[in-house]
Design a binder for this molecule. Structure first.
Ligand SMILES: [Fe+2]
Length: 212
């Protein structure tokens, strides 16, 4: 799991590798200006540009991503990039209108550039018709939901896109606005497996469970 950290979001400190990207901000903004294509209406050109420019990412960022991939997340389960560029004027847009009124793609460009070092961005037909980027925005009247729309309840532990036999290897989050009191918790299978006996593990691998 990779977590992009841009605000005061607090993360439980456990096996997290942190990298402050403040010194790389100018380089990232220069790359963003070169790409300047919509990841939604010009998807093909966007990813061609990502392929072309990803080699110009700062060496320190590439090195951390490559190490994270090569070590198979064993030494650190989360790679946390702090102080990445923000979308301009986002604070002036009402939360309910961000999806419609967001005119810049700083977060999509950074996510795509970083992900190109470790794999391919994928989408699922069943989720937003193969969308490659998902806006996680709290929704009015759904505050208590156990979903991306919820905001006033603590979300239970869950795995992203577990419904599909080909689930993703990495989850990338880019925090644009956050509640300074919000916490993100994570758990890792490397910690859980040693606590289970053989019988439990065998049971968990049986076709007995329904995922919702
Ligand atoms: Fe989630």
């Amino acid at each position: 799991m990779i977590l992009f950290y841009l605000s005061k979001l607090k993360v439980k400190k456990l096996a997290i590798k942190e990298l402050n990207c403040n010194k790389h901000k100018d380089a990232l903004i220069t790359l963003k200006n070169e790409i300047n294509t919509s990841p939604y209406s010009e998807k093909k050109v966007f990813f061609e540009q990502i392929d072309k420019f990803s080699k110009f990412l700062p060496e320190e960022i590439k090195k951390n991503l490559n190490e994270f991939k090569t070590n198979n997340n064993i030494n650190s389960n989360i790679l946390l990039f702090k102080s990445l560029p923000l979308e301009p004027n986002l604070d002036s847009i009402a939360t309910s209108n961000i999806k419609v009124n967001k005119e810049t793609y700083v977060s999509e460009i950074c996510l795509a550039l970083f992900s190109s070092i470790i794999g391919e961005v994928i989408g699922y037909k069943q989720i937003d018709d193969r969308a490659l980027f998902h806006d996680i925005i709290p929704e009015k009247d759904l505050e208590k939901e156990q979903s991306f729309a919820g905001s006033s309840v603590e979300l239970m532990f869950h795995t992203e896109q577990h419904f599909h036999p080909y689930s993703c290897d990495y989850l990338m989050l880019y925090c644009l606005r956050s509640d300074s009191n919000a916490l993100t918790f994570f758990s890792t299978i490397h910690d859980i497996l040693p606590l289970l006996n053989t019988e439990d593990k065998d049971t968990l691998f049986k076709d007995l469970f329904r995922l919702e």
